[in-house]
Design a protein around this ligand. Sequence first.
Ligand SMILES: N[C@@H](CCC(=O)N[C@@H](CS)C(=O)NCC(=O)O)C(=O)O
Length: 214
Amino acid sequence: MKLFYSPGACSLAVRIALLEAGYPFEHERVDLKRGKTASGADFALINPKGYVPALVLDSGEMLTENLAVLDWIAARSPSLGLDGPLGRTRLLEALAYVSTELHKGFKPYFTGVGDDEKARAGAMIAKRYQLLADRIGGDYLFGDEPTVADFYLFVTLLWAGRFGVQIPGQLIALRDLMLARPAVQDAMAAERLVVPPAIAAGRGRLEDAALRVS
Ligand SMILES: N[C@@H](CCC(=O)N[C@@H](CS)C(=O)NCC(=O)O)C(=O)O
């Protein structure tokens, strides 16, 4: 398998899921601005959608869309999904919420629009985080173990920290639990994402400092 990614982008959720599932995979960085991969390939020829994540399977088939890729991983690694008659549906419901209501809500922060639009987006995202916080099932969204939906949510929480979007206490706790997971630390190291030392040592808040790419 090979993951095409950009550091700190939503593809980080897929990397975390693959590491948590214990699947071996290769990876190649994509420069999204230039549309080139690290080896110089034209990314549009690999993924005509032009965005990450793209996961090329050993069969040569390619999966795109976070929701679909994360669902695919959870189907093969059931501990990262949800049991029960409504389990998969609840997981898809959460993945769709993270994808369409949270991830896409950050668009103004990535497109360089004015401060007013960013503030409106931030307020909307904060409201949507609160809805999750009010319904949280344990340490993580659905209980005391994370699912792939938590991995995707976690990436948006890193963005929220970077852009100063308000995060409810329950989701700060979730984010900090995620940061302590070995797979998450490996994923962040692989993408050279730096959590400032004071925060890593529990002496500061991620909100206070942007996550850096070294
Ligand atoms: N619908 C896609 C969107 C993926 C997406 O927005 N990827 C961003 C990084 S987080 C990206 O590659 N943006 C570059 C671009 O769209 O040109 C999904 O859910 O996977």
